[in-house]
Structures are given as C-alpha cells and as structure tokens.
Design a protein around this ligand. Structure first.
Ligand code: HEM
Length: 143
C-alpha cells in the first residue's frame, strides 16, 4: 500500500537546500529538507491539510493544535536524524484508543505527501521520509 501511496503525485519543482553542513551519520536528510525551518514549514502545511480534511479532522476534535505541532515537529526532526530529542509519549500510547484503521492511516500518509508537495520536498526525500515512518504503521493502526 505504501508503494501505491508513493506513486501519488510526486513530481517536485522546488530545488532543495544543498546541505553544506558537516553531518553526523544519517543526518543529511534533515539538512536536505531545510533543517528546523524546513520541518516547521512541512508540519504547518501538514496541519493545514488536516484542517481541510473532513475524514481526519474529527480525530483532532479535542486536541491542542499547538501541542500537536510541537510534538510532530520534534518527532519528525528526530525521525530524520536531526539534532532534536522527542520527549512526548510513545506512538502506541498516543494513538491507542483512537481506533485508527488502515484506510485512515493511509489517508494521513497521503495528506503528509501532499504537504511535502506543498513545500517542494523532492520525490527522493519524500521517499526517504516515508520509509522512516513506515515502521510506525503497526504502532498506530488498531490491532
Ligand atoms: C506515521 C504516522 C503518524 C505519526 C508519525 C504520528 C505522530 C504523532 C505525534 C508525534 C503526535 C504528537 C505527540 C505529542 O503529544 O507530543 C501525534 C498526535 C496525534 N496523532 Fe498521530 N501520528 C501518525 C498518524 C496518525 C493518524 C493516522 C492519526 C489519525 C487518523 C493520528 C492522530 C493523532 C491525533 C488525534 C493526535 C493528537 C493527540 C492529542 O491530542 O494528544 N496520527 N501523532
């Protein structure tokens, strides 16, 4: 399914930052997508996409957007090996009880892909980010 999602509209036009930093093992992706500012741009675009989506928005009915944004920024930064530490609850603890099914999980991934398109992240970097998030699927979908 992820492969299928990866094929959805992924032509990117904006040139990414050429990372000039000396990077720790695996940290390159963080700089390629624009570092902290790039991640904040992406998460802002993602939240906008969620806010316009009638299927996913209800999940966030009782959530603080500010708290979600901050948590997601830190989590994503750590996921792409940036210099951040995610200190929030585990993916299992956060999402247990939301009864997220596979369709809605895939839908959120699609919104993330659209947000990556919105901010001009290249197809190659999109795939790297999605590959890092893919193992979380089993922790988020209801068993
Ligand atoms: C790879 C996919 C996903 C990742 C990496 C992810 C990650 C996160 C993170 C980091 C937070 C904030 C944690 C914090 O409190 O600091 C969060 C919260 C949340 N997530 Fe996810 N999530 C994913 C998929 C989903 C899906 C598919 C849904 C629903 C369809 C969802 C619904 C929520 C909601 C409603 C909250 C806010 C919870 C609250 O108000 O405390 N997430 N998620």
């Amino acid at each position: 399914m992820l492969t299928l999602l990866l094929s959805i509209g992924c032509s990117s036009s904006v040139t990414e930052n050429v990372a000039k930093h000396s990077t720790k093992e695996g940290e390159q992706l963080y700089y390629t997508i624009g570092g902290q500012a790039g991640i904040e741009r992406l998460v802002n675009a993602f939240v906008k996409r969620i806010a316009q989506d009638q299927v996913i928005l209800p999940y966030f009915a009782k959530s603080s957007v500010k708290h979600f944004k901050q948590g997601f920024i830190n989590h994503l930064c750590a996921t792409v090996n940036g210099p951040c530490k995610y200190t929030g609850d585990t993916m299992i603890d956060i999402h247990t009880g939301m009864n997220i099914n596979e369709g809605d999980f895939n839908h959120v991934v699609e919104l993330l892909i659209l947000a990556m398109e919105d901010v001009g992240i290249s197809y190659q970097s999109q795939n790297k980010i999605l590959a890092k998030l893919a193992p979380l699927r089993a922790k988020i979908i209801k068993i």
